[in-house]
Design a protein around this ligand. Sequence first.
Ligand SMILES: *[C@@H]1O[C@H](CO)[C@@H](O)[C@H](O)[C@H]1NC(C)=O
Ligand SMILES: *[C@@H]1O[C@H](CO)[C@@H](O)[C@H](O)[C@H]1NC(C)=O
Ligand SMILES: *[C@@H]1O[C@H](CO)[C@@H](O)[C@H](O)[C@H]1NC(C)=O
Length: 439
Amino acid sequence: MTTLLFVSLAILFFSSFDLHTTTAGCDDTVHDQGGSNLVQVIHVNSPCSPFRPKTPLSWQDSVLQMQSNDKARLQYLSSLVAPRSIVPIASGRAVTQNPTYIVKAKIGTPAQTLLMAVDTSNDAAWIPCTACVGCSTAATFTPAKSTTFKPVGCGAPQCNQVPNPSCGGTACGFNVTYGGSTIAASLAQDNITLATDSVRGFTFGCIQKATGTSVPAQGLLGLGRGPLSLLSQTSSLYQSIFSYCLPSYKSPSFTGSLRLGPNSQPIRLLKYTPLLKNPRRSSFYYVNLMGIRVGRRVVNIPPSAFAFDPKTGAGTVFDSGTVFTILVKAAYTAVRDEVRRQMGKAVVSTLGGFDTCYTVPITVPTITFMFSGLNMTLPQDNFIIRSSAGTTSCLAMAAAPDSNVNSVLNVIATFQQQNQRILIDLPNSKLGVARERCS
Ligand SMILES: *[C@@H]1O[C@H](CO)[C@@H](O)[C@H](O)[C@H]1NC(C)=O
Ligand SMILES: *[C@@H]1O[C@H](CO)[C@@H](O)[C@H](O)[C@H]1NC(C)=O
Ligand SMILES: *[C@@H]1O[C@H](CO)[C@@H](O)[C@H](O)[C@H]1NC(C)=O
């Protein structure tokens, strides 16, 4: 059984909204040629989106906002090292890490619809439940209205899989941090339906209390590789295989897809690199990045910049929550210098965290990430961000802050992944990449 879900880009803040907006062209049932079921989730800025901002941001402001979200995201990813701490990172400062993509999920009997954020670097699923204190939304899940809802008891094996379980009463409770937020939830089970596939007895956290502003308004659906993630819970249905195609940042519709299960995957088009498992950050999808090519030239980067280290958690990951690829400083600087060298005497300017911007056309044709067994070549649209007026173009990558010595992560982010199908195959421990126009 394969399910194709449309994923949408939700860069901006969640606010109150109406799920039942009906606009021409906003029908969410469409069918692909393979006969899989599709659920369309709309882009945050599209006319169909309940999240669309009232006043659109300028190009500069939206770039700066994405950069600032990325900063918070990197802090959060870096904080995820075992044994997990429940101390909020950067306490006292507002660290807001907004979700990038959301999918439509139906939970309970009869079904209650929530637009959940998807996060490939997280295992947990949690949703705001009735009477949640500090949740930011009117759209919560009401357990009392579902005939199939069940609390998970303290003795249940799932209770040992959540971080910091607490068993004051009979229900299994747990506390986690997400970005700058803390969440207190109780563990529960109910049906979840994604597209038309229904999973019975799906285990998730029912949020009772939240602080901070990083909690996605209608919950989180973790697609990481740990024991409580959607993948692990549906392994008999989907065999721990899924793929996603993230839409073009230039496209007005910004609609991509998530395909769950082994069927209808573009097996013949995919090229693979091994997935690595890092016990320090067990949810993440690590790969072995070995080098970077700018145009035809392989850039001189010390191998230590890419070292995979199970002791510290260092290495390279694919992430769905970071927008612009982050490289450790030595790697970023070498790539940037080579781009500047190939640009010759053209005048360089900056835009927020981007230090390599031009007002003339950028002549570097491609950048290639060289992974073991797989060269992922990015066309310009995947590494150059251009202003809508076309007057400014910047190299859309960033250097990790120097202070991050213990958690040196290179993050292959969504701007670099756009219009590519990324396949995660856990049984065979590999990650596949194929060019695809997904929007
Ligand atoms: C939920 O699961 C129960 C069995 O546990 C089933 O009877 C019911 O039809 C399911 N509901 C939905 C909406 O799929
Ligand atoms: C979890 O958070 C709740 C509410 O903030 C608090 O009462 C409880 O003591 C916390 N539990 C643990 C194990 O930290
Ligand atoms: C990737 O590109 C490098 C440099 O151009 C080349 O040496 C290598 O063989 C390529 N790897 C694959 C898997 O194609």
